[in-house]
Design a protein around this ligand. Structure first.
Ligand SMILES: [Zn+2]
Length: 62
């Protein structure tokens, strides 16, 4: 049996805004690096690095 998609405990990925193809890009709320999302995106935006770290933290929590 192969478990390619079984590495994470979270059953569903968190909803994310669509990625922007052009700038200006929103800044990551954690490290202030430019993200892949448009500046007009509302709410919390994370850069790929912080996004990955948050996913790691949220997965398997509890
Ligand atoms: Zn970041």
């Amino acid at each position: 049996m192969t478990t390619e998609s079984g590495a994470f405990c979270a059953p569903e990925p968190a909803p994310r805004p669509p990625k922007a193809t052009e700038g200006p890009y929103a800044r990551c709320v954690l490290c202030l690096e430019p993200t892949e999302y448009a500046e007009s995106v509302k709410g919390i935006v994370l850069c790929p690095v912080c996004e990955w770290q948050e996913a790691q933290r949220n997965a398997c929590s509890g």
